[in-house]
Design a protein. Structure first.
Length: 455
């Protein structure tokens, strides 16, 4: 089976809960994918394009490693996966791609275990995989990584299914025009570019016709969607168009958004349409205004608090997750405490905690760094606070009615993306349930029909 890991480096609790995800092998092709939902989606495109190119059809297994570059730990995990893949498959052809390959191609090409390195744009084309036999053995000859900043369009790659997943992912945007001082991702993904609205709506229709009840919209900086399209539509327009033109879609979920870029139409859709799931993951990064300025973020602390309060007033059941960096350069204890307080001030429930990791070539890497022990200690405190908030969230759900999308036998997700144990339904089905308990890590759900019988 091909392996797709969907875990964010730096969040051990989340990583342990999700573990490794597996997808089907196609024509001797295996994809090992790290990082975000967009990488998960693109892994499916890679699998298809490599299969169409005949990769692996000669009997020699091909392993495609789809890397993440968000932290140094993510890059370390990718290198470790490459070495393990070679050890377990001595004769396989190993191709490295993704954001770490885009930003650090020569270092991966220098690895003896690697046969080829291709960029983020090249990995989505069958032509790149057909060209693999022409790659040389010297490190410089192994690389096919073009200038990602020259890419101006993002194609709406049609994927009929996401193998092994109960929900489908639709890429609507790629790249980022912002230059946060800590972030290497724009150099791995390029500038922001949007999938046209018609193509995105058509793909959602196609997935729903194939039986998917939940679709996730994904992108690198999704709230910038539309800025490069004629008329500069906003993300809220796309969301409302999907809801209007795909009436059979049961659940629409949004991946990470930048709250300061959320338009009124998006707020209206999330706040007022039950088909939009009441869960938003926010790119907050910090809770102190000076640190936010040094990060070159586009919001201040009060903007985040105001956004969460406004949406909670419109939709009381909404749950917020957030990315927060601990130990950013120059962060004092008082500044860090502002980030700690943000958990309560915004009512955050699901935290992705990142100990600051300097990325070579970014402005933050040249700022005065904190001792690693301080960064580690602050990340641990932030995680502990997040875990306490999550446990409180689980306790509040007991006795409530929830709809659970079954992901695999015995497990699913509620509307607000909380993990729930449920012994009913097939993967991809939505089961109405009563929450009868919790374990500290997940909810315990009883199908509504069984609960009525028991009563």
């Amino acid at each position: 089976m091909g392996m797709v890991r969907h875990a964010r480096p730096g969040d051990r609790r989340l990583r342990a809960r999700r573990g490794a995800r597996r997808g089907a092998r196609m024509s001797g092709v295996e994809v090992i994918s790290f990082g975000c939902r967009l990488n998960t989606y693109e892994a499916e495109v890679m699998r298809r394009e490599a299969g169409e190119a005949g990769l692996g059809a000669d009997g020699r297994k091909a392993i495609l490693v789809n890397t993440c570059a968000v932290t140094a730990e993510a890059v370390r995990q990718a290198r470790q996966a490459v070495r393990r893949a070679r050890r377990d498959n001595p004769e396989a052809r190993i191709v490295v791609t993704g954001c770490a390959a885009q930003t650090q191609g020569p270092s991966f090409a220098a690895m003896a275990e690697v046969d080829a390195v291709i960029g983020n744009e090249e990995k989505l084309s069958a032509a790149s995989y057909r060209a693999l036999p022409d790659f040389g053995v010297a490190a410089a000859e192994k690389i096919r990584v073009n200038d990602i900043m020259s890419v101006r369009e993002t194609a709406g790659h049609m994927v009929d299914a996401i193998e092994g997943r109960a929900r489908a992912i639709v890429q609507v945007q790629n790249g980022c025009d912002h230059r946060c001082t800590f972030c290497i991702i724009p150099f791995g993904r390029g500038n922001s570019r949007s999938v046209p609205m018609g193509a995105a709506v058509d793909q959602v229709k196609r997935l729903v016709a194939n039986g998917y009840r939940e679709v996730v919209l994904s992108g690198v900086d999704m709230t910038s969607w539309g800025a490069d399209l004629p008329g500069t539509p906003r993300l809220g327009t796309l969301v409302q168009s999907i809801l209007r033109h795909v009436p059979d879609l049961r659940r629409l979920r949004l991946s990470s958004i930048d709250s300061v870029e959320a338009d009124e139409a998006l707020v209206e859709a999330v706040g007022g349409d039950a088909r939009v799931m009441p869960h938003l993951h926010l790119s907050l990064q910090a809770g102190d205004d000076m640190i936010l300025k040094r990060m070159k973020r586009r919001h201040l602390r009060d903007d985040s608090i105001r956004f969460c309060a406004e949406l909670r007033a419109r939709r009381p059941d909404i749950v917020f997750g957030a990315d927060i960096i601990a130990g950013f350069p120059t962060e004092t204890e008082a500044m860090f405490e502002n980030s700690l307080r943000l958990v309560d001030d915004c009512g955050l429930t699901l935290l992705h905690v990142f100990p600051f990791s300097p990325r070579e070539g970014t402005p933050a890497a040249r700022m005065p760094q904190l001792p690693k022990a301080v960064v580690k200690e602050r990340a641990a405190r932030l995680r502990a606070l997040g875990e306490a908030a999550y446990r409180a969230h689980l306790a509040r759900a007991v006795g409530q009615r929830r709809s659970v999308l079954v992901e695999r036998e015995g497990l699913g997700r509620t509307e607000d993306f909380t993990l729930a144990e449920i012994h009913a339904g097939l993967p991809g089905e939505i089961v109405d349930a009563i929450i009868h308990g919790e374990t500290g890590e997940r909810l315990l759900a009883t199908p509504l029909t069984a609960a009525r019988v028991a009563a």
